[in-house]
Each structure stands twice: as C-alpha cells, then as structure tokens.
Design a protein around this ligand. Structure first.
Ligand SMILES: Nc1nc2c(ncn2[C@@H]2O[C@H](COP(=O)(O)OP(=O)(O)OP(=O)(O)O)[C@@H](O)[C@H]2O)c(=O)[nH]1
Ligand SMILES: [Mg+2]
Length: 205
C-alpha cells in the first residue's frame, strides 16, 4: 500500500498510517485506545458503533514519526460484516481477545477469516492481542497463554499480552503492529525491537 510521507524536517520523517482494531464485543478495544491516548481507564462499558482516533507515535529514537489514524470498531462475531472504515486503506490490524472470555477467543479466528475475505488478501500485517492480563491473578483467566500463542501462530502473527487497565504493553502493542506494517518498507529495519518482557510478547512469526 502506498505510504504518505513528508520531507524530512529537522531530521524527523513523518508517515501516515491507518490501523484498525477488531474483536468480539467487550474485549477492551476502546479501552486500549483510551490507554494509548492517555485517557483514564473507565470501568464503564459503552459499546462502540465505529470511531476514529488520531495519535502520533515516534520510533527510531524520535527520527520517524507516525501520524496514526486508528479505527475503533463495534464488536464483531462470525456473522458480522467488517465495516468499510476498517477494510479500505488500512495498513495493519489489531485483533483483540479477552483472556477472561473463551467466547471472545473462539470468535477471533472467525473474525480473522472474515477480515481476509473482506479485504481479498491472504495476508496483511496483523497482531493478536490477549487483553485484560491484569485479571489473570484473580483466576478469571479462561484462555491459557499457550492457546493465545497457538492462535497467533496459526494466523501467522505475533501475540502481545496487554492490560488497558494498567496500560501494560499498550504502547508496545502499537509499536509491534507498526513494525509488522513497516516490514514491507524496511523503514524500521535498523531499529531493532526492544527485548520483550518474559512471557509478555511472543514472537511467533
Ligand atoms: N480489568 C480490565 N477490564 C478491562 C480491560 N479492558 C477493558 N476492560 C473493561 O471491559 C469492558 C469493555 O471494554 P471496552 O473497551 O468498551 O470494550 P470494546 O471491545 O471496545 O467493546 P465494544 O465496543 O462493544 O466492542 C469495560 O467495562 C472496560 O472497563 C482490561 O485490560 N482490564
Ligand atoms: Mg468499543
């Protein structure tokens, strides 16, 4: 996909990228975006219709700036249609399940199939997200770490474990999907990913 970039100004190059967040309802898609945008975590659940957010993220020691447009979608299941906003002009996808919801995990594979069907591609940059990791110590976990890794491997992408409540790995998640997107351009090739926290990010590619 074409990349929009502005000429270097003061050594910083700016690239516009569009990302979309998909997953079953209530898995924490909007909460992850709120966390990225620096908003306070809310315990309240307000289902999303569709929303677009803007955020700037710098990488490569500040030399590369991404102007991100991020599409937050309504929760999907295997019967939902992928909204146009999330299928046209999107560079990378964040596929979220909730570690405390078996259903959300089982639906994610179907959502991935639907996505590939909607965009008419065999592969597109994606990352699988196991959200609500803060609830694991309460024994609320319904999906094991190994199962999350297996799904990511099946889909052919990386797994990132996040908590929108504590913001754990949220920024890392967005850097991970951008690295997937830029694997095609080589833009971040000389900016090696920081070592993952043990058990938190599984490179299964
Ligand atoms: N403990 C915990 N709760 C979370 C986390 N992320 C989201 N929640 C809660 O889960 C509920 C649903 O969160 P949302 O962010 O609205 O979920 P969503 O995926 O955007 O939902 P839809 O827009 O309906 O698809 C809310 O009550 C949040 O407070 C998390 O990381 N940890
Ligand atoms: Mg939402």
């Amino acid at each position: 996909m074409a990349s929009a970039s502005s000429p270097p100004a003061g050594g910083v190059e700016t690239f516009r990228r569009t990302l979309a967040v998909l997953g079953f309802r209530g898995v924490g898609k909007s909460s992850l975006l709120s966390s990225l945008l620096g908003r306070d975590f809310s315990e309240d659940y307000e289902p999303t219709v569709v929303a677009t957010h803007r955020h700037t993220l710098t990488m490569k020691g500040g030399r590369v700036r991404f102007d991100l447009k991020i599409v937050d979608t309504a929760g999907q299941d295997e019967f939902s249609t992928i909204p146009t906003e999330a299928s046209l002009g999107v560079h990378g996808y964040i596929l979220v399940f909730d570690v405390t919801s078996r259903t959300s995990f089982e639906k994610l594979r179907h959502i991935n199939d639907k996505l590939l069907e909607a965009i008419g591609a065999d592969a597109v940059p994606r990352v699988v997200v196991a959200n609500k990791s803060d609830l694991r110590p309460d024994s609320a976990q319904q999906v094991s770490d190994a199962e999350g890794r297996e799904l990511a491997a099946l889909i052919g992408c990386k797994l990132v474990e996040t908590s929108a409540r504590t913001s754990e790995n949220v920024e890392h998640l967005f850097e991970t999907i951008l690295r997937q997107v830029e694997a095609r351009t080589g833009l971040l090739d000389d900016d090696p990913a920081p070592a993952p926290k043990p058990g938190r990010i599984c490179a299964v590619l």
